[in-house]
Design a protein around this ligand. Structure first.
Ligand SMILES: Nc1ncnc2c1ncn2[C@@H]1O[C@H](COP(=O)(O)OP(=O)(O)OP(=O)(O)O)[C@@H](O)[C@H]1O
Ligand SMILES: [Mg+2]
Length: 423
């Protein structure tokens, strides 16, 4: 029976309490499913949620994709059970889902800010509906999701929050948001506020619209407080892991590689690559044989590229994966046997980028390697590092793409590569 109910306090022993090996940490674990459009993020996030709930974890699957499809994935009748509420909707005793509704979030969190922007826009002659639409700024949805995560963490409401992210580009905005906001608070906010204080008495008489009031700034400050600490949560590999979903296709792989680098750049750990919709080998129809060959080839590339991050494979099912029974089936393939989806398997960041004394440095972990095994060259905006037969392509951030490697030092287990601007 599907019904809305209060989340009960933790009334079973958390299986992780029993986990050996020291990975257990108190508090929430966050799993973020990201990848190109249509690869299977929502299905895998939903399947993971069901699996976790089955293991006894209090689980929330939250959609941070404005084009929500979480409720559809569970095959819910959204007329009867509108998933877009301001509170999670219970699917079973341990599992809830939540699709953020940006309009409701704005009323709840962004009233002063969007009210001010709307009033400014209206002075340009826009109608109120258009002005309100335009006052939805990029990032509001993502930031709202983060506020909830922070709130649930404080309340210890869930053991696991599974995030069904929007396709890659928006996910990137999502993870860079706390840093952006932090920068804004430290550099722009104090300055702007003082400026407004100084000019308001005169400016209100000359400019055609009101300058922001104190409540506008109070709103920004309260948002900031609600977000406090969420960036640390995202960067802690014992809390947050990204599972990158891909298909064994060239174009999809390219985007997955870029996403991998971006997450690494933000200090967020990717702990699994999931290759979804692999054609099973018992499909023998000739029509698909080329697909099978190319998928095998790309799969090999995927394993090589992302090593040592584990690569999981999920076959193309005979049917669409919609509704709890099929999602459960998918979850069993994804986490076979006694595998715990919350297990922390990777705490090491694959590589780091740093700027020091005018030099840029890429630091890579290359354990069990001797100097003679390492080769290094630049190809386009990628740095290619060969360690024995293993080749790793490191997409450089835009600010470093034009640099040339000048020196590489092996300080086991790290390889440090210095890059410099050549004039
Ligand atoms: N392994 C699979 N076998 C068969 N069908 C699948 C498989 N994985 C996903 N699907 C189906 O593919 C479709 C797209 O999947 P899904 O909505 O999970 O992708 P998505 O990455 O979330 O897409 P979007 O970027 O639009 O949010 C769905 O109809 C889903 O049921
Ligand atoms: Mg989706």
């Amino acid at each position: 029976m599907l019904h809305r109910r209060e989340q009960t306090k933790r009334d079973v022993r958390n299986p992780r309490d029993l986990a050996a090996g020291g990975f257990y940490n108190e508090g929430v674990r966050i799993l973020l499913f990201s990848g190109k459009g249509g690869v299977g993020k929502t299905s895998l996030a939903a399947a993971t949620g069901l699996k976790l709930a089955g293991l006894g974890y209090r689980t929330l699957v939250m959609s941070v994709d404005p084009a929500h499809s979480l409720a559809d994935s569970f095959d819910l009748d959204t007329d009867l059970f509108p998933a877009q509420t301001t509170d999670p909707l219970a699917i079973n005793d341990r599992l809830s889902i939540f699709e953020l509704n940006i309009q409701k979030e704005i009323k709840r969190h962004w009233q002063e800010i969007s009210g001010y922007i709307t009033s400014v826009l209206r002075t340009t002659g826009l109608g109120s509906v258009e002005a309100e639409e335009l006052a939805i700024l990029p990032g509001m949805e993502e930031l709202s999701a983060m506020m909830y995560i922070n709130q649930y963490r404080r309340e210890q409401r869930y053991d696991a929050v599974v995030l069904d992210a929007a396709p890659t580009a928006e996910s990137m905005r999502f993870i860079s948001m706390p840093t952006t906001l932090d920068w804004y608070m430290r550099h722009i906010f104090p300055f702007q506020r003082n400026l407004v204080k100084a000019v308001r008495p005169i400016a209100n008489r000359v400019v055609p619209f009101e300058l922001p009031t104190d409540s506008y700034f109070a709103n920004i400050r309260s948002l900031f407080e609600k977000l406090e600490g969420v960036d640390e949560l995202m960067e802690d590999p014992r809390v947050t892991s990204v599972r990158l979903v891909t298909n064994a296709e060239k174009m999809v792989l390219r985007e997955t590689q870029r996403a991998f680098v971006y997450f690494s750049l933000h200090g967020i750990t990717v702990d699994a690559i999931i290759v979804n919709r692999i054609l099973p080998s018992d499909v023998t129809d000739e029509w698909f044989s080329e697909w099978q060959i190319s998928q095998r080839k790309i799969f090999g590339e995927i394993e090589e590229y992302f090593a040592p991050v584990p690569v999981k494979r999920v076959p193309l099912f005979r049917h669409e994966v919609v509704g709890a029974p099929r999602l459960t089936e998918l979850g069993d393939v994804l986490y076979p046997g006694a595998e715990d989806p919350l297990a922390v398997t990777r705490t090491e960041k694959p590589y780091t980028f740093e700027k020091r004394d005018g030099l840029y440095e890429v630091r890579l972990r290359v354990p069990f390697t001797t100097k003679g095994e390492i080769a290094l060259f630049k190809k386009g905006d990628e740095l290619v590092v060969e360690v024995g037969t293993l080749r790793r392509h490191i997409g450089l951030p835009r600010s470093m793409a034009a640099l040339t490697p000048v020196r590489a030092k092996l300080e086991s287990p790290f390889l440090r590569i210095e890059l410099k601007e050549m004039s």
